[in-house]
Design a protein around this ligand. Structure first.
Ligand SMILES: [Zn+2]
Length: 108
């Protein structure tokens, strides 16, 4: 998935985000194509946010950075947390009637 260089850039971007207090300030869906979008705060201008679009294979950020920017790093982390939570919910034990549609009777 990530090679060593990308993993390192991601880690640095996360450190910058933490240091500068960059955070996700909005989430939504783009009307034109249904893509998920995140708005990440800008560290330079408090009235501005950068839009990060979630594509099938990558994240696209509108900021001028050519490397892994902190905006994409934050969204990457948020999506990973979501996936982990979904997996945890799947692994959790479910009620017998939820996991099986075997016939049953209310009468003993
Ligand atoms: Zn960015």
């Amino acid at each position: 998935m990530l090679n060593g260089q990308e993993a390192l850039e991601l880690e640095r971007a996360m450190a910058r985000a933490a240091k500068e207090g960059t955070r996700i300030i909005g989430r939504g869906t783009r009307k034109s194509d249904g893509a998920r979008v995140f708005v990440v705060s800008s560290s330079r201008d408090q009235f501005r946010g950068y839009i990060v679009v979630v594509h099938a294979s990558h994240l696209a950020c509108e900021c001028p950075s050519r490397k892994v920017c902190k905006h994409r790093a934050l969204v990457h982390l948020a999506l990973k947390k979501e996936r982990d939570a979904a997996q945890a919910a799947k692994d959790r034990d479910t009620a017998p009637l939820y996991r099986s549609n075997a016939p049953f009777s209310l009468f003993k």
